[in-house]
Design a protein around this ligand. Structure first.
Ligand code: SAH
Length: 369
C-alpha cells in the first residue's frame, strides 16, 4: 500500500513523533557534530550533507540554522544538501519547510527529481535512492530511517531455521496471519549469520546494502555518517510493531495505514561496514546528547526565554529526549568514520610526528576547558 508514499505520518498530527519534532536542540547538536567532524578532518573546502528519510525536513532545518550561525567558521566551505526521500507527500512538506516552496522539478537531470535553494542560501537536491547522490566528500545522516525499512523474520526450530511469513487466514477471510515456512527458504540460507545464538531474529538486508554503500562512499571520498534510531546491539528478538495515531497497532491489520517498524540491529550494521570504515557506538541517546552539551544548551535557552510556558516546554522536551524511560535509553547513536579518523595511518618515515587525533564529539565525554 506504500505507507510512506501515501500517508507518511510523521509529526503530531500523524502516527508517530520523532526527536527533531520534539525539540530544536536535537537538530542543533547534530549540526554541531558535523561542524566538529568537518574541523577535525582538516576543514575540506566543500561537503555535501546527505540525509536519508528527512521526514518533515525539521532536522535539516535545525542543522542549517547552526551552519548559518557558524557562518564565520564555514565561510570558505561550499555546502550543499542532498535529501533521499521516496515520499512525494513528504518531499513537498520538506520543500516548504526548507525553501519556502521555492523548488523546481528537475527532469533534465535524471538523478535528482527536484531542486531548490534553502532559506539560508544553500542548494538542495532531492533523490529517490542514495546511489543517485553524486559522489564527493559527504556527511550522511539517517535518523529514524533504517527502522522504517522492511525486515525478514526468522524462527529457530528443532528442524533448523524457518522464515516467518505472512499468509491469509483460511478461517477468517480478509485477515492475515503469521506462519512458519515449512522448509528452509532462500532468506534463511542467506541472511542468518553462522554464529547467531538467538532463537528469533529480524534481519533488514536493505539496511545492510545501504550501510555497505555509505561505507564504500566514505572510504573512497571521505566524510562520515551518523545513524540514530531505536535499536540494540544484536540482542533483541521480536521487535516488529505498528503505530497508528500514536498508538500501538496490529501489524497485520489494515496494511498500509500504519507505520511499521523494527528495532535497528546495530551489530548487523557494524558487520556490513567492516573493512571499509571504522564504527563508533551504538551509544544511548541520553549519553550522546549529554556529551554534545545538551545541558549547556538548555541552560542558555532557559535564560533567554522570558515566559513560563516556553520554559516549561523546554524542560518537557528535554525530559522526552533524555529520560531513560522515554527516548533517552531506547534510541542509540552510531557512526561510520574513515579508519584514519580514529587511528593514525602508519607513518614509518616520521614515527615521532604523530599528534593526538581529536576525540569524536558525542562518543566521548564532554570536557570543558
Ligand atoms: N528523519 C525524520 C523522519 C523519519 S520517518 C525524522 O526524524 O523526523 C522515515 C523517513 O524515511 C520518511 O521521510 C520516509 O518517507 C522515508 N523513507 C522510508 N522508506 C524509504 C526508502 N526506502 N527510501 C528513502 N526514504 C524512505
Amino acid at each position: 500500500q506504500g505507507y510512506y508514499t501515501r500517508r507518511g505520518g510523521v509529526g503530531e498530527s500523524g502516527d508517530f513523533i520523532t526527536s527533531p519534532e520534539i525539540s530544536q536542540v536535537f537538530g542543533e547538536l547534530i549540526g554541531i557534530w558535523y561542524v566538529s567532524e568537518w574541523m577535525a578532518m582538516g576543514k575540506p573546502n566543500t561537503f555535501q550533507l546527505v540525509e536519508l528519510g528527512p521526514g518533515r525536513g525539521t532536522l535539516t532545518e535545525d542543522i542549517l540554522r547552526v551552519f548559518k550561525q557558524l557562518a564565520s567558521v564555514l565561510s570558505k566551505c561550499d555546502v550543499s544538501v542532498h535529501l533521499v526521500e521516496v515520499s512525494p507527500k513528504l518531499s513537498k512538506i520538506q520543500a516548504e519547510m526548507l525553501t519556502g516552496g521555492k523548488v523546481q522539478p528537475n527532469p533534465e537531470d535524471k538523478s535528482a527529481y527536484m531542486k531548490g535553494i534553502s532559506k539560508t542560501g544553500i542548494p538542495i537536491f532531492w533523490y529517490r535512492d542514495i546511489q543517485d547522490v553524486p559522489p564527493g566528500y559527504s556527511f550522511y545522516l539517517a535518523h529514524e530511517f533504517f527502522d522504517a525499512l522492511p525486515i525478514h523474520k526468522f524462527q529457530r526450530t528443532e528442524k533448523g531455521w524457518r522464515e516467518v511469513l505472512v499468509d491469509i487466514d483460511p478461517e477468517v477471510p480478509e485477515q492475515l496471519r503469521f506462519v512458519l515456512s515449512p522448509s528452509r527458504t532462500p532468506a534463511t540460507q542467506n541472511f542468518i549469520q553462522p554464529e547467531e545464538t538467538r532463537d528469533h531474529v529480524e534481519v533488514c538486508p536493505e539496511a545492510g546494502v545501504i550501510v555497505q554503500r555509505l561505507a564504500s562512499r566514505i572510504e573512497k571520498d571521505g566524510g562520515a555518517a551518523l545513524v540514530a534510531d531505536y535499536g540494540h546491539d544484536g540482542t533483541k528478538t521480536d521487535t516488529f510493531r505498528g503505530f497508528r495515531n500514536h498508538k500501538l497497532h496490529d501489524v497485520l491489520s489494515a496494511p498500509g495505514t500504519a507505520d511499521l517498524t523494527a528495532d535497528v540491529d546495530f551489530s548487523y550494521l557494524r558487520k556490513m561496514a567492516q573493512g571499509k570504515t571504522a564504527t563508533l557506538g551504538p551509544i544511548k541517546q541520553r549519553q550522546f546528547l549529554k556529551n554534545m552539551g545538551i545541558d549547556l544548551r538548555l541552560q542558555v535557552l532557559l535564560q533567554n526565554s522570558g515566559d513560563t510556558a516556553t520554559r516549561e516546554q523546554l524542560l518537557h522536551s528535554y525530559d522526552m529526549l533524555m529520560n531513560p524511560e522515554k527516548m533517552g535509553d531506547c534510541f542509540n547513536f552510531f557512526a561510520l568514520l574513515p579508519h584514519h579518523r580514529l587511528v593514525h595511518p602508519d607513518k614509518k618515515d616520521k614515527p615521532g610526528s604523530k599528534s593526538p587525533l581529536p576525540p569524536v564529539a558525542g562518543f566521548n565525554e564532554l570536557l570543558l576547558k
